[in-house]
Ligand binder design. Structure first.
Ligand code: RB5
Length: 148
């Protein structure tokens, strides 16, 4: 599975931790930055990640900002992205099972590293439930013919 990650200045240390952790597990990881503490704009880094996921260059995305809120809003502007901002792993799993989420957003100022990792693991390991969820997910992007 190819995973792209991005973050703003408030999220890059958690993002960097997740990049190394995912690479250690054998995932193909694309790090879209930012890579330092200089202030940057979360809409820009959300858009970068959204474009990589929407184009199919990555199968999943993980985005981090201070709260996870701003960057999740930015990513959900892209109709092919279904970004779920979560604090705990049940929400991450249900975002996959019910919503076929393809991007996870985390708030680095609100969540610890270990909790972030179990959220990402749940996001990567949980399959879409399909069935009754398929038409609902399709309704999220009515201009598109498929639900993926
Ligand atoms: C940056 O200070 C902060 O506003 C940003 O990381 C994020 O929390 C926005 O939603």
């Amino acid at each position: 599975m190819r995973i792209a990650l991005s973050a703003d200045h408030a999220g890059y240390t958690l993002k960097d931790e997740l990049v190394g952790w995912l690479r250690d597990q054998g995932y193909e990881v694309t790090d879209l930055g930012t890579n330092g503490p200089e202030s940057v704009d979360y809409p820009e880094f959300g858009r970068k990640l959204a474009q990589v996921v929407a184009s199919g260059q990555a199968d999943r995305g993980v985005a981090v900002c201070g709260t996870g809120i701003g960057i999740s809003i930015a990513i959900n502007r892209e109709s092919k992205c279904r970004c779920a901002r979560v604090d705990e792993p049940l929400a991450a799993a249900l975002a996959r099972e019910h919503n076929n989420a393809n991007v996870l957003a985390l708030g680095a100022r609100l969540i610890g590293t270990e909790m972030a990792k179990v959220c990402v693991a749940a996001f990567l390991d949980t399959p879409f439930g399909a069935g009754r969820h398929v038409p609902r997910v399709a309704m999220l992007s009515p201009q598109r013919q498929d639900s993926d």
